[in-house]
Design a protein around this ligand. Structure first.
Ligand SMILES: [Zn+2]
Ligand SMILES: [Zn+2]
Length: 347
C-alpha cells in the first residue's frame, strides 16, 4: 500500500509499505477512505515531536471501512463504516476508567506518532472496540473527519475547560482550524460575546461567518489592548489559547477578567512567563488538557442533527496520490487560505 512517511526533520516521502496485520486480538485493520492533515503533523515534520521516530506513517484523523478484526473485537465487523479517533483507549486502565483516554497506559495519542497512522491506504487500530465509532446512517463522512481530533479538541480543551456559560464573554486567540472548532462548539452555550483574535484577516472573515461577534486583527501586546478596549476594560470570562506560542498565551493572561478562565489548547514547544505578580489576586483558573475524545458520541449527534456543520472547515480536496500537494497547500496556509484539507482514497 501507499503511505505518507516521516523520514526525519524536514524529510518526508510517499512510500510503498506492506498492508498492516492484526498484531493483538483487540486490533482492527481499517481501509482509510478519507483523512486530513493536522497542524501537529507539521510539528512532527519539523522534528518538534520526539516521540515520533523517522519511518513513521503520519496521520491521526480519518474515516474508513473495517477490513478485518482480531478475535477480541466484538463491536465492529468487516464492512462497518467507522470514524477513527485520534486517541486510542483500552477502556480498562485507571486513566480510561476516569475518562482520561488521552492518558491511557497502552494508548493515548499514539496514532501517527508512536505507531503508524491514517495517511495510508490501511491502518491498524489498537483497542478497536473503544477507539472507533460507528458512522451513523446517512451521515456525511466529510464532516465526520473533523470529529477525529479538531472538534473534540476545541470543545473539550477550550469550551468545556474554559467553562463557557450563557451570557459570558469568550475570546479565542488563534483562528486556525482548532480555534474555529472552538468557535463552532462554544455556541452550544450561548455566550453573549465571542471575540476572535488572529493576525490573518482572511481567517477572521471566516470566523465572522462561523459566528464570531467581534474580531481583532492583531497578535502580541496590541491584541490584548484591543480586546480590553472591546470589553470596556473588563476582559473576558473565558480566554481560549489556540495557537501554542508564548505571545498568544500571554495575550490570554492580559485579557482574562477577574474570576475568569484561561483554557490552553495550543501545543507549546517553549516556556511561557506566568505573570503571577498581576494575576495572584484575580481569582482566575488556568487549565491544560490533551483531548480525551470523551465527547465524540455527543458531537456525532450534534453533527447528525445539523446543529453544527464542521464540513465548512474543509477548504481544499485532494486524492491520496496528491498527498504531497496537500501538505504543500496546508503548510502554506497564509497564502493558500487553507483550513482543513480533505484527502480521499480512490474508490
Ligand atoms: Zn491533530
Ligand atoms: Zn486505558
Amino acid at each position: 500500500m501507499k503511505a505518507f512517511v516521516y523520514r526525519g526533520p524536514g524529510k518526508q516521502a510517499v512510500e510503498e509499505r506492506p498492508k498492516p496485520q492484526i498484531a493483538a486480538p483487540t486490533d482492527a485493520i481499517v481501509r482509510v477512505t478519507k483523512t486530513t492533515i493536522c497542524g501537529t503533523d507539521l510539528h512532527i515534520l519539523k522534528g518538534d515531536v520526539p516521540t515520533c521516530s523517522p519511518g513513521r506513517i503520519l496521520g491521526h484523523e480519518g474515516v474508513g471501512v473495517v477490513d478485518s478484526v482480531g478475535p477480541g473485537v466484538t463491536v465492529f465487523h468487516p464492512g462497518d463504516r467507522v470514524l477513527i479517533s485520534c486517541i486510542s483507549a483500552c477502556g480498562r486502565c485507571e486513566y480510561c476508567r476516569r475518562g482520561m483516554y488521552s492518558h491511557c497506559t497502552t494508548g493515548g495519542w499514539i496514532l501517527g506518532n508512536e505507531i503508524d497512522g491514517t495517511q495510508a491506504e490501511f491502518v491498524r487500530i489498537p483497542h478497536a472496540d473503544t477507539s472507533l465509532y460507528r458512522v451513523p446512517e446517512g451521515a456525511e463522512e466529510d464532516a465526520l473527519v473533523m470529529l477525529s481530533d479538531i472538534l473534540p479538541t476545541g470543545f473539550e480543551c477550550g469550551v468545556l475547560n474554559g467553562k463557557v456559560a450563557p451570557g459570558g464573554t469568550v475570546a479565542i486567540v488563534g483562528a486556525g482550524p482548532i480555534g474555529l472548532a472552538a468557535l463552532l462548539t462554544t455556541q452550544f452555550y450561548a455566550p453573549a460575546e465571542i471575540i476572535m483574535v488572529d493576525p490573518d484577516q482572511n481567517r477572521l472573515d471566516v470566523a465572522r461567518r462561523f459566528g464570531a461577534t467581534q474580531t481583532v486583527c492583531a497578535a502580541g501586546a496590541g491584541a490584548g489592548e484591543a480586546v480590553m478596549k472591546l470589553t470596556g476594560g473588563r476582559g473576558v470570562d473565558t480566554a481560549i489559547e489556540a495557537v501554542g506560542v508564548p505571545a498568544s498565551f500571554i495575550t490570554c493572561e492580559d485579557i482574562v477578567a477577574p474570576g475568569g478562565t484561561i483554557a490552553n489548547v495550543g501545543v507549546h514547544g517553549a516556556k511561557v512567563d506566568l505573570h503571577l505578580e498581576r494575576l495572584w489576586a484575580q481569582n482566575i483558573t488556568i487549565t491544560t488538557r490533551l483531548v480525551d475524545t470523551v465527547t465524540t458520541p455527543m458531537l456525532l449527534k450534534t453533527v447528525a442533527a445539523g446543529r453544527i456543520d464542521p464540513k465548512r472547515l474543509i477548504t481544499h480536496r485532494f486524492r491520496f496520490d496528491q498527498i504531497l500537494d496537500a501538505y504543500e497547500t496546508f503548510g502554506h496556509a497564509a497564502n493558500t487560505r487553507a483550513l482543513k484539507v480533505l484527502i480521499e482514497a480512490q474508490e
